[in-house]
Design a protein around this ligand. Structure first.
Ligand code: MF3
Ligand code: CO
Ligand code: CO
Length: 254
C-alpha cells in the first residue's frame, strides 16, 4: 500500500478515531490491578469499544489475531495476546488499542504499572516515553523519517537501553498499517519526506537488555531474546505544515 495524504474531511475522521482510541486507554487504567487477567482487560475494552463508542476493535481477526487488544507484559515486546495470565504486583504492561470509527483507524498504547513497580521498569517506561516524544517533535512537513528515528534512538541509547528494529511505526488511515514504515532508529536527513496531511504512528519498543527479539510459537507474541524488560508507547500523529497534531492524546497532559 502506498502513502496516503488525508483530505481535511479525512483528517477530521482521523481525529475522531484517535480520540476514541485514547478514551479506551483512559477507561481501562483503573482496571489494571493485581489479580486481573489480561483476558478480562480484553473483554472490558471490547465491550466499551463496541457498545459505548460504537467502533470496531481493529486487532480482532486482523491477520488471524484472536483478541480485541494487545497486552504485552514485562519481557513481552509487543502483540501479547490477552489470556488467563493474571497481573501481579510489580508487572509492567503495555496496552495497545486500535479502533476503527467511520472507516478510519486510531492507534495508541501506553505503559501501565501493576501495584508498585521496580525502579528499572519505571525508568525504562519513562525513557521510552521521552524517546517517543522526542521523535514526535521532529515531525513537520519537509522533515524526513530518519529525523524521527535518530531522535528516538539517540535518547534511548544515551540511557543505555536498546531499540527494537524488527517492528516499527506506520502510516495509518483507512488501512491499519499503511506506508511508510516509521523506524525508531536511523540517520538525520534520510528516508521518506513527510508531507502535510500524512498520518503516521510513532511507537518505539525499547529493551532494558539487548535489542534482539524472538517470536513465540503462537505466531504473535514477541519477546526479548534475553528476557529483559521491554516498554512501548504509541501515538497517532497528523503531519501539519508547521509541525504535528497528536490525534490520540486523551487524558495524557502534555
Ligand atoms: N496496534 C499494533 C500497532 O501498533 C498492531 C497490532 S496488530 C495485532 O501497530 F494484530 F496484533 F493486533
Ligand atoms: Co501502530
Ligand atoms: Co498499536
Amino acid at each position: 500500500m502506498s502513502v496516503t495524504i488525508k483530505t481535511p474531511a479525512e483528517q477530521d475522521k482521523m481525529r475522531i478515531a484517535g480520540r476514541l482510541a485514547a478514551n479506551v486507554l483512559d477507561m481501562i487504567g483503573e482496571y489494571v490491578k493485581p489479580g486481573v487477567s489480561t483476558e478480562e482487560l480484553d473483554r472490558i475494552c471490547h465491550k466499551y469499544i463496541v457498545e459505548e463508542i460504537d467502533a470496531i476493535p481493529a486487532p480482532l481477526n486482523y491477520r488471524g489475531f484472536p483478541k480485541s487488544i494487545c497486552t504485552s507484559v514485562n519481557h513481552v515486546v509487543c502483540h501479547g495476546i490477552p489470556g488467563e495470565r493474571r497481573l501481579k504486583h510489580g508487572d509492567v504492561v503495555n496496552i495497545d488499542i486500535t479502533v476503527i470509527k467511520d472507516e478510519f483507524h486510531g492507534d495508541t498504547s501506553r505503559m501501565f504499572f501493576v501495584g508498585k513497580t521496580g525502579v528499572l521498569g519505571e525508568r525504562l517506561a519513562r525513557i521510552c516515553y521521552e524517546g517517543m516524544w522526542l521523535g514526535i517533535e521532529q515531525i513537520r512537513a519537509g522533515a524526513r523519517l530518519g529525523d524521527i528515528g535518530t531522535a528516538v534512538q539517540t535518547h534511548i541509547e544515551k540511557n543505555r537501553f536498546s531499540v527494537v528494529r524488527e517492528y516499527c511505526g506506520h502510516g495509518i488511515g483507512r488501512g491499519f498499517h499503511e506506508d511508510p514504515q516509521v523506524l525508531h532508529y536511523g540517520l538525520p536527513n534520510t528516508g521518506v519526506e513527510l508531507l502535510e496531511g500524512m498520518t503516521i504512528t510513532v511507537e518505539p519498543m525499547i529493551n532494558a537488555g539487548k535489542r534482539h527479539v524472538k517470536l513465540l510459537s503462537d505466531g504473535w507474541t514477541v519477546v526479548t531474546k534475553d528476557h529483559s524488560l521491554s516498554a512501548q508507547w504509541e501515538h497517532t500523529i497528523l503531519v501539519t505544515r508547521s509541525g504535528y497534531e497528536v490525534l490520540t492524546l486523551g487524558a495524557e497532559t502534555r
